[in-house]
Design a protein around this ligand. Structure first.
Ligand code: B12
Length: 482
C-alpha cells in the first residue's frame, strides 16, 4: 500500500530549449534527472507527483511527505525559492542535480538535504532517514554506479504532448574529454561507464516513444561501443538524435550504422573555428580544418548537423562572430546554437577566471549561456552580447534559412524546418545582456569528483584548499561499484 507522496519539481528557467513557445510545447524536456530519481524510489511505498514548472504551475498546497527539486545553475535560485516556500509549510525538501552537487553548502541553506552526484546508490539511506525524521545534510556515495541494472526512468510521469523531444535515454555516463568549461567529467568521471546494450534496448521498447534523444555527453565517445548499440537499435525502427564530439563522427561505418538505425540529427560540440582556442580549452579532438568536410559527410548519410558553438573564449576578438556565422552558412550547417562562455561553478574555467578576478556576476540566474557574467579578454562584455545576438539573427535570417534549406538532399525536411523556425523564434525571445556586478558568493564550489588530468591540478588544488577552510572536507575520488 502507498503511504507517502513525493513531489518532484523542476524549477522554471527561461531558456531557448525549455520555453513552451511553440504551440505550447518546449523543444526539449529537461526532466531526465528527475525521471531517474522517480525510478529509484520504490513504487510500492511512494506515489510520485512530477511538476515541470516550465509548462505548468506548482501546487504549493499539495500534501507531500517530501519535495525533491532538481537544478542546473541557471535555475537554482528559483529552486531555492521553491524550497523555501515548501519548508515554510513544514514540508521537508531535498535538492539534487548539477548545481547543488557542486555547491552543497549553499543549497543546504534552503533545503534539509542535498544529494551530491548520482542518486541511485544513496536513495535507500535518504528515504530511511526521512522515515525516521532524521533526513539532513549531504548524501553522497563514495562509489559510482556501474550502470548495470539501473531502474527504468518513469516516462509514464511525463506530459509528452508538451515537448517536441520528451524522451531522453542514457547509454553511458562520463566523458574522457575534460573540456575546461564542462561539468560532465566532474559530475560523472573522466571515463565512460556503459549500460548493457540489452537494458538500453529494453528502455527504448518500453518508453512509449519512437522519437528518442540519446543524452550521453558523447555518444560516439569510443569507436566500437556506439556501433554495438546502433546495431541493436536497427530492428526497433525508431528515429533518434544524439550529442557527439567531432572525431568519431568522421568514421564512415559509424555514420552508416547511425543512418541505418534511424539517426536524423547529430548535435556536435564544435565550439570554435580556431584550433588555438580549442587547444586552450582542452578540446583537443576538434580540427576546424575538417569541420566543413565533416558536415558534408554527415549530410551524405541523410543526417542533419546541429552545430554547437561558443563565444567569449580568451582567443576570441570582435571578428569571431562574423567569421563563425559566415563559415556556418557556407558549410551548410542545418542548425547552430551560439552560447556565451559561462564559468560554471567547479569547472576549470571557473577556477581560472576566479583566480584572475574576472567573474563579475555571481547571480546564478544569469548563468544561462546568454548573459555575460565575466570580463572577456579581447572585447567588451557589450560587444560579446551584441555579437552573440547578431550571430543568431544572421544564421536564422530568412535568406540564410532559404539558402541552406535541403531542397534536394536526403535529410528530413520537416524536422529541418521545425528546428530552424524554433531556433529563429526562440533566439529572438530574450536578447543576450551583460549581467550587473554582484558580491562574491560566501561558499566556494567543490566538484563531486576531483579531476585527474595533469593540467587541472594546480588550479583545482588551490580551490580545494579554500573549500577545506570552509570545512567542506576534501573527498577521495569515487570509484565504480563492483
Ligand atoms: C542532455 C543534456 C541536456 C539536454 C536535456 C537534459 C534533460 N533531458 O534533462 C538539453 C538539450 C535540454 C540541455 C539543455 C541545457 N543544458 Co544540458 N546537459 C545535458 C547533459 C549532457 C546530460 C544531462 C542528463 O540528462 N543527465 C542524465 C541524468 C539522469 O543525470 P542528472 O541530471 O545528473 O541526474 C542525476 C543526479 O544529478 C541526481 N539528481 C538530479 N536531479 C535530482 C533531484 C533530486 C531531488 C535528487 C535527490 C537527485 C537528483 O540523480 C540523477 C540520477 O543519478 C549534461 C551533462 C551532465 N553531466 O549533467 C548537460 C548539462 C546539465 N547541461 C548544461 C547546460 C549549461 C545546459 C543549457 C543551459 C545549455 C543552453 N545554453 O541552453 C540548457 C539548459 C536547459 C534548461 N534550462 O533546462 C550544463 C549545466 C551546467 C550547470 N552548472 O548548470 C551541463 C552539466 C553540461 C555542461 N556544460 O557542463 N542539456
Amino acid at each position: 500500500m502507498r503511504t507517502h507522496v513525493i513531489h518532484l519539481v523542476n524549477p522554471k528557467t527561461d531558456s531557448l530549449t525549455t520555453r513552451p513557445i511553440y504551440a505550447k510545447r518546449a523543444l526539449y524536456s529537461p526532466l531526465a534527472g528527475l525521471l531517474a530519481v522517480a525510478a529509484a524510489i520504490p513504487r510500492d511505498r511512494y506515489e510520485i507527483v512530477l511538476t515541470d514548472e516550465n509548462i505548468e504551475p506548482i501546487d504549493f498546497d499539495l500534501e507531500a511527505d517530501l519535495v525533491g527539486i532538481s537544478a542546473m545553475t541557471s535555475y537554482v535560485n528559483r529552486g531555492y525559492a521553491i524550497a523555501d516556500a515548501f519548508r515554510a509549510k513544514g514540508v521537508p525538501v531535498v535538492m539534487g542535480g548539477v548545481h547543488p552537487s557542486f555547491m552543497p553548502g549553499e543549497a543546504l541553506r534552503h533545503c534539509d538535504a542535498v544529494v551530491i552526484g548520482e542518486v541511485e546508490l544513496v536513495i535507500d539511506k535518504l528515504l530511511d532517514d526521512l522515515d525516521h525524521g532524521v533526513m539532513r545534510g549531504a548524501y553522497k556515495s563514495e562509489l559510482l554506479h556501474p550502470m548495470v541494472g539501473l531502474p527504468m526512468p518513469r516516462y509514464d510521469l511525463v506530459k509528452k504532448n508538451r515537448y517536441f523531444n520528451s524522451t531522453f535515454v542514457q547509454t553511458s555516463r562520463g566523458c574522457h574529454q575534460g573540456c575546461t568549461f564542462c561539468a560532465e567529467p566532474l559530475m560523472n568521471g573522466l571515463k565512460f561507464r556503459y549500460r548493457p546494450v540489452g537494458e538500453v534496448v529494453r528502455e527504448i521498447e518500453n518508453c512509449g516513444s519512437r522519437n528518442i534523444s540519446i543524452n550521453d555527453a558523447d555518444f560516439f565517445g569510443t569507436p566500437e561501443r556506439p556501433k554495438e548499440v546502433m546495431r541493436a537499435l536497427k530492428p526497433l525502427k525508431i528515429h533518434w538524435q544524439a550529442g557527439v564530439t567531432s572525431k568519431l563522427a568522421q568514421d564512415d561505418r559509424m555514420l552508416e550504422l547511425a543512418a541505418e538505425s534511424g539517426c536524423t540529427l547529430l548535435s556536435i560540440g564544435f565550439e570554435s573555428i580556431s584550433r588555438a582556442t580549442l587547444k586552450s580549452v582542452h578540446k583537443h579532438v576538434n580540427r576546424p580544418e575538417q569541420f566543413a568536410a565533416l558536415v558534408q559527410k554527415v549530410h551524405s548519410y541523410g543526417i542533419m548537423v546541429f552545430g554547437l558553438f561558443m563565444f567569449g573564449f580568451d582567443g576570441d576578438d570582435a571578428s569571431v562572430f562574423e567569421e563563425t556565422v559566415d563559415f556556418n552558412i557556407g558549410a551548410g550547417y542545418d542548425a547552430c546554437a551560439y552560447s556565451t562562455l559561462t564559468p560554471y561553478p567547479g569547472t576549470l574555467t571557473w577556477y581560472e577566471m576566479k583566480r584572475a578576478d574576472r567573474i563579475v556576476s555571481f547571480d546564478w540566474t544569469r548563468y544561462d549561456q546568454g548573459h555575460v557574467v565575466y570580463r572577456p579578454a579581447q572585447m567588451s562584455a557589450d560587444e560579446l552580447c551584441r555579437g552573440g545576438n547578431d550571430a543568431y539573427r544572421r544564421f536564422y535570417s530568412s535568406s540564410s534559412i532559404l539558402g541552406r534549406f535541403p531542397l534536394r538532399a536526403r535529410r528530413h525536411r520537416a524536422q529541418w524546418l521545425l528546428y530552424n523556425l524554433l531556433m529563429r523564434k526562440g533566439s529572438r525571445f530574450g536578447d543576450n545582456i551583460v549581467a550587473p556586478p554582484t558580491p562574491d558568493p560566501e561558499i566556494v564550489p567543490m566538484p563531486p569528483i576531483l579531476p585527474v588530468k595533469e593540467e587541472w591540478r594546480a588550479a583545482v588544488l588551490d580551490a580545494a584548499r579554500e573549500a577545506i577552510d570552509q570545512d567542506l572536507r576534501l573527498r577521495p575520488r569515487q570509484r565504480v561499484l563492483g
